[in-house]
Every structure is written in C-alpha cells, then in structure tokens.
Design a binder for this molecule. Structure first.
Ligand code: FES
Length: 125
C-alpha cells in the first residue's frame, strides 16, 4: 500500500481556480436596495408601434403621462409616475396601472386626472 503525504494531486489546481473565481466575483457589482423607494408606482403605457396596430401613444398617453406626473408630484412626491411599455391592454388604452394596489385602468384621458390623483394618493385602497 502506498501512503500519500500532503494534499491530493489536484488540490492546488482547485485552490487556484477558486481564488481566481473569487477575485473576479468581487469585481462584479452586486445587487443592492434601490436608493429611491417610493410608496407607490404608477405606470402609464406610452408604447408606440409602427405596424399600424392600435397603441396607447396614438391616444395621447404621452401627454397624459406628463400631466399626471406633474399633478401627482404636487400632491404626493413619494409616488412615482413612470412611463411603461405595452401592458397588453392596447384596444382599451391608454392604460394606467397603480401598484401595489393592483388597479388597472383603461381608456384614461386627461379629463380623468383629478379623479385619478385622488385614487392614487389614497393611503389605503
Ligand atoms: S400599447 Fe399600451 S397597453 Fe399595449
């Protein structure tokens, strides 16, 4: 029987590989909590299409987003109103989603902004 002293033959190779891996892993930026945390997130679909199909931007959702953002920011700066891509509600657009309340609205116009601001800024829905 042969006695083996020291580390197994491939141990130094193993350590070298993992040292190399950890060195590069520390250089990759890791995930961290976002600095800006809002109480609510309102997404306004401002999607555009060039294939002729119906989309929210053709019904004034870009202007709706700008006006809604100003109105909500004036009342509740801790609520974020953001543009979004298609929310898969195109025929009934412009689409607005309020999270975390999970309220989905279709056919929203600028005339609805006062009611919408009231709905969005409610503490508990
Ligand atoms: S383009 Fe707005 S929901 Fe699809």
């Amino acid at each position: 029987m042969r006695r083996v002293y020291g580390w197994p033959k491939n141990m130094s190779n193993f350590i070298l590989k993992w040292t190399f891996f950890y060195f590069w892993a520390t250089l990759i930026p890791s995930m961290h909590p976002a600095k800006n945390q809002y109480r609510k997130l309102v997404c306004v679909c401002t999607n555009m299409r060039e294939n002729g199909a119906e989309y929210c931007a053709m019904k004034g959702s870009v202007e709706l987003h700008a006006a809604l953002k100003l109105a909500v920011k004036a009342v509740a700066p801790d609520i974020r109103v953001a543009k979004s891509g298609c929310l898969n509600n195109c025929p009934d657009g412009p689409t607005v989603v309020i999270q975390p309340d999970n309220i989905w609205l279709g056919g929203v116009t600028e005339a609805d902004i006062p009611a919408l601001v009231e709905l969005i800024t409610k503490k508990d829905v």
